[in-house]
Design a protein around this ligand. Structure first.
Ligand SMILES: Cc1ncc(COP(=O)(O)O)c(C=O)c1O
Length: 404
């Protein structure tokens, strides 16, 4: 058995399909978002503008967040020192869970080390607890939800993306007596579209299913207090479990669910992904706490982000660039080819100092490779004009106008 050869072939497949991943080496400049330094090339760090950060509202650099983390570090030190059950349950964790439960109008919340882990741990645990459960999963659900569903060992029925008629057909053909769980996202992060939450909840009521929503790309950014699309659409009380991340709009790291006390108690007590791991550093939790509190009270960042997204979409559209339909802050430009997407991204970085990562399979289906821009409150009109001009020049250089 030649192990080296097998691994080499696996890597070669990625190269030949144009989807070998290159991680860009950057340092962000605190207080100057979205400016950063890039360490590619040989001429020392070069200034760049970041267009693909999921620190959507620049909260990772917010003075309140940074100060809270510094204070926590100096007060209690770096790590939590244990699992939640054995020494790692700090007062910061308890306070943040209270804030998150309140954010979503739920009885309780539970922290995890990432959004990925929260989806995997919660879905696999809850579905296992429901005898004979059938899970109804939107076709574009995130890999972490798919992992949780697979790990539950339950039967899964996939409904066409955002197609409630198809969801109903699948619910209707299922034994009325078995437990049912409907899992979906609010904002789909690669296309920027939004789930019809009320229509899905109507079906959940009709077929007696419980509902699970991933609000990873919405918390902090939608709703009056940043409770997500479920807050904006006044649907939070119709959803059993709301899941979110602390690493995107809240700017730090971690994940969570919010639900009624009974559900939280079950996940807390049965989920290996919660039980058998060191809890989040109190430093991180303190930062998130400051971020969540700030975004509950301030809409300035949310409004700035929406304005920036609308401007960039309009500039791309006016310039004849193939901007995809998105009703959210996400601005995807369709390329449809992994090699070209990488090439555009490379030219943007090397020649224009603009950093946007190409998005390839398996994150998006093959043939829909794209560039995904996430303008935020700190991206200026001048930056957007420069970026649009650069893209037009590249599109012309690569003779992609027809494709556009
Ligand atoms: C829809 C969705 N859910 C969950 C996650 C995982 O969140 P985290 O990055 O906090 O692990 C992501 C991550 O990128 C995501 O896009």
């Amino acid at each position: 058995m030649n192990y080296d050869q097998i691994f080499d072939q696996a890597i070669e497949r990625l190269h030949s399909e144009g989807r070998y991943r290159v991680f860009i080496d950057i340092l962000r400049n605190k207080g100057a978002f979205p400016n950063a330094r890039c360490f590619a090339g040989h001429n020392g760090p070069k200034p760049i503008t970041v267009w693909c950060s999921n620190d959507y509202l620049a909260m990772g650099q917010h003075p309140k967040v940074v100060a809270a983390m510094e204070e926590a570090l100096h007060d209690v030190g770096a790590g939590s020192g244990g699992t939640r059950n054995i020494g790692g349950n700090t007062h910061y964790h308890i306070e943040l869970e209270r804030e998150l439960a309140d954010l979503h109008g739920k009885e309780a919340a539970l922290l995890f080390t990432s959004g990925y882990v929260s989806n995997d741990a919660t879905l696999s645990t809850l579905a296992k607890l429901l005898p004979g459960c059938v899970i109804f999963s939107d076709a574009l659900n995130h890999a972490s939800m798919i992992a949780g569903i697979r790990n539950s060992g339950c039967e899964k029925k996939v409904w066409r993306h955002n197609d409630v008629e198809h969801l109903e057909a699948l619910l209707a053909e299922t034994d009325p007596s078995v437990p049912k769980l409907i899992a979906f996202e609010s904002v789909y992060s690669m296309d920027g579209d939004v789930a019809p939450i009320h229509a899905i909840c109507d079906l959940a009521d009709k077929y007696n299913a419980i509902t699970y929503i991933d609000e990873v790309h919405a918390v902090g950014m939608y709703g009056k207090r940043g409770g997500g699309i479920s807050e904006r659409d006044e649907a939070a009380d119709r959803i059993h479990i709301i899941e979110g991340t602390l690493g995107k709009a809240f700017g730090v790291m971690g994940g969570y669910i919010a639900a009624d006390q009974r559900i939280i108690d079950c996940v807390r007590s049965y989920a290996p992904g919660f039980i058998f791991t060191t809890s989040l550093s109190p430093v991180l939790v303190a930062g998130v706490l400051a971020s969540v509190k700030h975004l509950k009270a301030s809409s300035e960042e949310r409004e700035g982000q929406q304005r920036a997204a609308a401007s960039l979409k309009a500039m791309f559209r006016d310039a004849g660039l193939p901007v995809m339909d998105s009703v959210t802050h996400i601005v995807p430009l369709m390329v449809g080819d992994p090699v070209k997407a990488k090439k555009i991204s490379d030219i943007l970085l090397a020649e224009y100092g603009a950093y946007v990562q190409p998005i390839n399979f398996p994150t998006v289906p093959r043939g829909t490779e794209r560039l995904r821009f996430t303008p935020g409150p700190a991206h200026t009109e001048a930056m957007m004009r420069e970026l649009t001009q650069a893209l037009v020049e590249i599109w012309d250089r690569l003779e992609m106008r027809q494709a556009a």
